[in-house]
Write a new protein. Sequence first.
Length: 314
Amino acid sequence: MDISAQNLRDRLRGALIAAAATPMTASGEVDLDVVSRYFAGLVADGVTGLAVLAHTGRGPYLAPETRAAIIERAVALGVPVLVGVGGGPGSSASALGASASGGGSGLDGRSTDGPAEQARTAAELGADGVLVFPSAGDRVALHDEVWRAARLPMIAFDLYTLPCPAGTMRALLEHPGVAGLKTALLSDAMGCQRAIDLTTRAGRLAITGEDRMFGPSLLWGAQAALVGIAAASVDVTAAVMKAFGGSDLRAFEEASGRLDRLAAATFTEPMEGYVQRMLWLAAAEGRIPEPHAYDPYGPPLPDAERAAVIASSR
């Protein structure tokens, strides 16, 4: 294991990393001042790291210059920053928001840079690591390409749209540049348990991305969190992490129950609508202006759903 991966693993142990959204207008325009205030608010409210341009941040759909500017705004806050790379055509993310339209970044609405170039840019701009989107092709080769391009520690990603086979996962966890693995399998409890076990056995950091199995995944051995549910209502997720680190079982039960109620309203069918739901919450909390609370790459949601989502956070 490379020393840079070891250092990132140790730095992120116990961290609450927000899979931050990217505030946008309905046409897909990004105001960087809005982004800066939004990121700063997440940190002020208790997240200890930021994952930008990941699944929640719609990284695969943003132009290289926009991606670079978002990374700069996150790095300026002084917390650990992970950058989502990959997720273009041919990956599991290529289907995300395929029926939606929005401000383009490239002819097909996706970033025109490949994952290796994205990783190089992230390294140049001071990011601490990259979160590698899963690929329908050779995942080990993809991680090796990213590693050789940037020598930036990597977090592997077991995502519900393209779960990682056990053999491939073992190979990824042997890669010297892999500091940890994030599992986001949504409802596959056994798959989550397997991923956490394999990751910890390999000496890497087991990171939960399980918004719908958050409390259980901590009990199963997850050592840090990187979740989209912390893109707003940060206190809800932070309370679970704090209670888990203490000795008050009832406090953990109550905090987990509150998070579960929020997750049930935000991480539900259509599942890709969760990004819009979290942006609704962020706007309701005053984190972002209303005109920037849109996800132009997700499915349409009924207006009536918004009130129920906001009520679930109270």
